[in-house]
Design a protein around this ligand. Structure first.
Ligand SMILES: Nc1ncnc2c1ncn2[C@@H]1O[C@H](COP(=O)(O)OP(=O)(O)OP(=O)(O)O)[C@@H](O)[C@H]1O
Ligand SMILES: [Mg+2]
Length: 312
């Protein structure tokens, strides 16, 4: 059950405009402790703006944000002790090594076993060799990884990650995913934004789509996918004659055949009525099917359908 007591983050009615441009028009979000939450939205939708408001870097025009129960507007200092935000260490010390940068964060936050923790993070982020070099010699991807490692070093209860894997190669992206999952497993709450729908799908317990100032859709990846019509069916056949007869029989549907694997894809409205009509027609025509599958919409389908619906 979701009560405000087990919420790590509660966002209610957040509004923000810049020079009369309404960017956030009343955003509501609830994130449970220890869960991974992904915020999706097109460029300029207001994701970073919302993260800035949630992390005390910017004031909202109205609405309320609670971080582990602390109101960010009224108790910003207490709220700040609850989370870390990547990107906030833009002031990585260039002269120091990656390892030293991590150790300093550990000391600032009175972390125990600083050396052990630093080594673990350097390993996890593929920075073991680079850990002994000055950060000034790092590539963009290495800096990004160090930045996230520094954010984790402080052992926060909540981590905000604004596009954590942008600019990372596939190998480091996948290492990042493993780490995010591991953090959530030990009870850390993760709030992330991403441009990669696959990332949201792999990681998130809950996803929300921000569009035109509002959260226009939210739920588990499965719930979002189930919110679209499940209308695409793929039939497979043993003989090409069966395939061609079915194609003719069902020519009033949008369809696509694949003669290589003897399959026929039909787009229906997802209703039981249409499904049973199709199966009856095939059966009555004495056509033998080898099998059929109902194709689930992808998260990408959900994202683009939602954003398009919201435009009109
Ligand atoms: N300080 C500011 N002053 C004026 N306009 C701003 C300011 N900060 C953000 N904006 C505008 O608010 C809108 C939302 O920006 P924001 O950076 O929050 O979007 P985003 O969803 O994070 O986009 P992206 O996917 O590109 O990171 C944009 O139109 C941006 O130009
Ligand atoms: Mg952004």
């Amino acid at each position: 059950m979701t009560t405000s007591a087990n919420l790590a983050i509660s966002v209610k009615g957040i509004k923000k405009s810049f020079q009369k441009k309404n960017i956030l028009k009343g955003v509501d979000i609830a994130v449970e402790r220890g869960s991974i939450f992904a915020l999706l939205g097109s460029n300029g939708a207001g994701k970073t703006t919302l993260i800035k408001i949630m992390t005390t870097l910017m004031k909202s025009d109205s609405g309320q944000v609670l971080i582990n129960g602390y109101n960010v507007q009224d108790e910003p200092l207490k709220a700040k002790t609850q989370f870390s935000l990547t990107g906030q260490f833009a002031a990585i010390d260039e002269e120091l090594t990656g390892r030293n940068n991590l150790q300093i964060i550990g000391e600032l936050h009175h972390i125990r076993n600083i050396d052990k923790k630093s080594e673990e993070l350097l390993n996890a982020f593929n920075l073991r060799e680079a850990g002994s070099r000055a950060v000034s010699s790092y590539s963009g991807g290495m800096r990004r990884r160090l930045d996230i490692a520094m954010s984790i070093m402080s052992e926060p209860s909540i981590i905000f990650l604004d596009e954590p894997t942008t600019g990372l190669d596939p190998q480091n992206r996948s290492a990042m995913w493993d780490l995010v999952k591991a953090l959530a497993n030990v009870g850390t709450t993760i709030f992330l934004t991403t441009q990669y729908l696959e990332e949201a799908e792999v990681l998130a317990d809950k996803i929300a789509i921000l569009d035109n100032g509002f959260i226009v859709k939210s739920g588990t990846p499965e719930e979002l996918k189930r919110s679209l019509p499940q209308g695409v069916i793929e039939f497979s056949f043993h003989k090409d004659d069966d395939l061609l007869r079915s194609k003719e029989l069902l020519n009033h549907f949008e369809q696509k055949e694949n003669l290589d694997n003897l399959s026929l894809t039909i787009v229906t409205d997802g209703s039981m009525e249409q499904f049973s009509k199709i199966f009856n027609q095939i059966n009555n025509a004495d056509i033998k099917i080898a099998g059929f599958t109902q194709k689930l919409p992808t998260l990408e389908d959900v994202f683009y359908t939602t954003i398009r619906e919201n435009e009109v």
